[in-house]
Design a binder for this molecule. Sequence first.
Ligand SMILES: *Cc1c(COP(=O)(O)O)cnc(C)c1O
Length: 366
Amino acid sequence: MTTPQTPFYLIDRARLAANMAKMDRLRERSGARTLLALKCFATWSVFDQMAQSMDGTTSSSLNELRLGRETFAGEAHAYSVAWADHEIDEAVGYADKIIFNSLGQLDRFADRAQGIARGLRLNPRFSTSGFDLADPARPFSRLGEWDRARLDRALDRISGVMIHYNCENRDFDLFSGQLDRIESEFGGFLEKLDWVSLGGGIHFTGEGYPLDALADRLRAFADRFGVQVYLEPGEASITGTTTLEVTVLDILDTGKQVAVVDSSVEAHMLDLLIYRENAKLPQDGAHAYQIAGQSCLAGDIFGDARFPAPLKIGDRISVQDAAGYTMVKKNWFNGVAMPAICIRELDGTITTVRSFGYDDFRASLS
Ligand SMILES: *Cc1c(COP(=O)(O)O)cnc(C)c1O
């Protein structure tokens, strides 16, 4: 078997299976249903595997909704910050449930969505996001309704709500305490509903997360209000499953040892730049390098790494955690070669499911 040409994203089905085993345990013990948030991860070649352990997908646009309907067995939830008039009938045609972001959107489109379950986004006005860019509770947030009188005006047309307020929350006690707050502030409203989605952002597949405590807490919430609970895990579904495989093209001494690789943070791991994080790189050994990208952006830097032996041109490096908010954001900046998409099957063989070339670059603009 020949190894694919770098750069490529490599999704590992065995690691995905480990996350899906936790997903199964959570669903079974809690009674909650889980929907993959496609905005985090939409690489549909592994949806066959994920659909065995998840109940469907949730979306943030008509395109994601349609992809979920076409490629992922199970329920398709439709959400958009704002549906356009020309989108709504098509969206209703794909969706099992449609969740409106505002009372205005519900008023406008409720009739055209009569045939399916309708919901509204509830903003509890607190969150666990430390970054205001991603904080749905930021001042003047447009993400959902919170006023009780406005929520009540929706009641005759909706059967549920979506409350997304967590962000990579690893702290079960914090989650549980915030759910207490939701129960006390919105309990009288929630008990009139059939379903409540608690959104994404709970890091329950992480090492050491108290999965059973989470499951029991979700079951208690469901029992108290008589609702079907949904979760919408994005990052938790695929965390730790995927690497970006790159090759060293040049080594420079700029006062620091810098290794330039055949990839780009801006083009292939953009989320790192947006949130000012370093890539997860090897950290064992005496030989230190800054790993940098091939684009002409001065700050196209993956981060610092350590290796047991000096790096050589042609060496392969694996960048960890390259699935969530990564493959969905890849772009053609600088025309850098687009990583192929490869899958390590359960028997260890590597399948290339998609590769990109000049024609794709050219076709991305006109
Ligand atoms: C982003 C998002 C998710 C997924 O969040 P993760 O942090 O990736 O789990 C789920 N639901 C909604 C409404 C979202 O906006």
